[in-house]
Design a binder for this molecule. Structure first.
Ligand code: PLP
Length: 430
């Protein structure tokens, strides 16, 4: 079987909330230096997502309307066997990949965007503001807001805005309003631009800008595309589908791989598997892959830090490189965040998952190999997972092990052609 499809009615009816099952209790968000960040949370976020953030209920019902849209955009996504790649690698390992690239917005991000836009609409909110790195989240939220008939205002990290001009076109086509961050719309942006006019921007600054706008108007809320518990929650449709597909394929994989930026596609594809692991039903290795240029889990420290550069968010206990960390301008813009999901951080700290890092040259080599054998041009972010999946398959060849490897293909790279062009012409940095 090369492709394992599920019918629409197999879209999960619940999201899986890992909060009650974490090996260490999640430390609560706290106020930073003399601020009232925790008190401000209800002004920033919708009620529904804040409730989900703290919830200790293991399963949370997916609203009927959200589930229907999941079906309309093509969920469940297929699981593919990477037969071409296996043959090319001449490995005894079996490789599967879950196709979140098949989402109309190009990545898994739509799974949370739809839920967040739905709750905003239900609570009478007129506009959502957000940040975006590579542009995937901005595209997904623009589309979701357009479907719910509310406005969307996106602050896009300036270096990505310049690297990926067509992302702006996609977001505008989906009725989003896009600004390069640091922008002149906000106090935060103006301050940064005054101090350093050529600032490349960062996710931390873009988040501050989007929150500043939301704080100023009660009909405007802010929406985050990763890191927070409710985003991890919404993404668990991926892993629940995956488990059914693996049963159909009669596979019990020993290795699962996903890339990590803020942690959401990793969490979404892995949490249902992690639940099995904690229940003693599998001892699979779960690998989280990040860029060596932004090595949050592998080199960061586990401590309380702000989620944004300005300190509008509460302090979150997580692996972090520091909220003023400015990552180098690598093409995997979605993986350039200074922090990490507090839940994923705990899982890494407790040794339930294994973090690894890879460099930019390696991921583009893996991406090209994948494109030539499996026909899909993967997102540079997803290619971090592909690189490690391929490494594991090569190791299996050396040892003769019949491994089964599952990779979460978080998105396609058709709007990342500048990165591919730099790779082909030998102009990649790092
Ligand atoms: C945003 C993005 C990521 C990184 O974000 P996570 O929350 O860690 O999943 C990875 N892959 C793609 C394609 C993305 O768009």
């Amino acid at each position: 079987m090369y492709k394992i499809d599920l019918p629409s009615d197999e879209v999960p009816k619940q999201w899986y909330n890992i909060n009650p099952d974490l090996p260490i209790e999640l430390p609560a968000p706290i106020d930073g230096d003399g601020g009232h960040q925790v008190e401000n949370l209800p002004t920033i976020f919708t009620k529904a997502v804040l409730e989900q953030e703290m919830s200790m209920e293991r399963y949370i019902k997916i609203p009927k309307e959200v589930r229907e849209i999941y079906q309309r955009i093509g969920r469940p996504t297929p699981l593919f066997r990477a037969k071409g790649l296996e043959e090319k690698l001449n490995t005894p390992a079996k490789i599967y990949y879950k196709r979140e690239d098949s989402s109309p917005a190009g990545s898994h991000k739509l799974n949370s965007a739809i839920a967040q836009a739905y709750y905003a609409k239900k609570e009478g909110i007129k506009k959502l503001t957000t940040e975006t790195g590579a542009g995937q989240w901005g595209s997904a939220l623009s589309l979701a807001c357009s479907m719910m008939d509310i406005e969307c205002e996106v602050y896009m990290v300036k270096v990505s805005y310049n690297q990926k001009p067509f992302r702006k076109t996609v977001m505008e086509l989906y009725n989003g309003n896009i600004y390069a961050s640091p922008s002149d719309n906000t106090n935060v942006g103006r301050k940064v631009n005054k101090e350093s006019p050529n600032h490349p921007g960062s996710l931390g600054i873009a988040i501050s800008e989007a929150i500043e706008v939301a704080l100023a108007d009660e009909k405007t809320k802010y929406s985050l595309g990763s890191v927070l518990n409710h985003v991890m929650l919404h993404q668990t449709v991926i892993g629940q589908e995956l488990k059914i597909q693996l049963e159909i394929a009669e596979e019990e994989p020993d290795t699962y791989v996903a890339c990590v930026g803020g942690g959401s596609n990793f969490a979404g594809s892995m949490y249902p598997i992690i639940k099995d692991k904690m229940d003693g039903k599998t001892d699979a290795n779960l690998i989280a892959v990040e860029p060596s240029s932004c090595p949050t889990l592998t080199k960061g420290s586990y401590e309380y830090d702000f989620g944004d550069s300005e300190g509008f968010t509460p302090l979150l206990k997580m692996f972090t490189l520091g909220h003023d960390f400015i990552a180098p301008s690598v093409h995997a813009g979605g993986l350039r965040y200074h922090g990490m999901s507090p839940q994923v951080s705990i899982l890494s700290k407790a040794g339930v998952i294994e973090p690894r890092s890879v460099n930019q040259q390696e991921i583009f080599e893996a991406a090209q190999l994948f494109a030539n054998t499996e026909s899909i041009i993967p997102a540079p972010e997803s290619s971090h997972a592909l690189k490690i999946g391929i490494d594991e398959a090569r190791k299996a060849k050396e040892t003769g092990e019949e491994k089964t490897i599952v990779i979460n293909l978080s998105g396609h790279g058709l709007l990342d052609l500048q990165g591919y062009s730099d790779f082909l012409s030998g102009h990649l940095t790092q």
